[in-house]
Ligand binder design. Structure first.
Ligand SMILES: [Fe+2]
Ligand SMILES: [Fe+2]
Length: 220
């Protein structure tokens, strides 16, 4: 297939970096959940609600916007998209299971060994599936976008995806992304942010996010 257009949707992949880093951290914490205090379990549970939302919204935006636009343009259902949507369902099942197990761990007063076993099996599968999923997905999206969409059309799709960001967690999203991007990607990302957002981030959001995530770092 001829690549005729420049690919301008790199920012659509930024959440992959952050989700990947968080999924690795989650998998490591799962392996030692039985050594966490009650306070640490509740900090984990609070952070996990954020992570769950980021995962869920990310897949929903792809299913509802990006994949729909690609299939419309191809004028035919795509087997690759069908496969990626099936993987989204499995990823969703896993993150729901993990949510249930973390909830159980918070309520449990006895040993967490059994929960640890189930939780680790889920986080391990999540990490493997998410890693292979984003690899295939990025390749597919770059291929289809460059072959079928102009840079302006790509930007329009990207803007629709961005507008789907969950309002409840908007204040966390910028520091969350910043933390996982390279210096060059961060520069690219910053130029797309309005000045007021940058100021809010500097004075409030960054600190709020740090307060949520710092306790997690001490658990690994
Ligand atoms: Fe995906
Ligand atoms: Fe994705």
């Amino acid at each position: 297939m001829n690549q005729v257009n420049e690919f301008v949707m790199h920012a659509s992949f930024f959440p992959h970096r952050a989700l990947m880093r968080d999924t690795e951290m989650l998998n490591r914490i799962a392996g030692r959940i039985d050594s966490l205090s009650k306070l640490q379990l509740s900090q984990l549970s609070k952070w996990y609600a954020f992570y769950w939302n980021m995962m869920e919204e990310h897949h929903q935006a792809e299913d509802d916007i990006m994949f729909v636009e690609i299939e419309k343009r191809l004028n035919a259902p795509s087997e690759s998209i069908e496969h990626m949507e099936t993987e989204h369902n499995r990823l969703q099942f896993l993150i729901d299971e993990i949510k249930r197990l973390i909830g159980e761990a918070v309520r449990e007063n006895g040993s967490l060994l059994k929960i640890k076993e189930q939780l680790s099996a889920c986080t391990k599968e999540l990490l493997q599936l998410f890693t292979s999923h984003i690899g295939k997905e990025e390749k597919y999206v770059v291929e289809k976008m460059t072959a079928n969409f102009t840079p302006a059309e790509q930007r329009a799709i990207e803007n629709r995806v961005k507008r789907k960001a969950p309002l409840k967690y908007l204040s966390y999203m910028i520091p969350w992304l910043h933390e996982s991007l390279s210096a060059e990607e961060n520069q690219q990302f910053d130029t797309s942010l309005p000045r007021v957002v940058k100021l809010l981030n500097h004075f409030f959001w960054k600190g709020k996010y740090e307060r949520m995530v710092t306790p997690l770092r001490s658990m690994i």
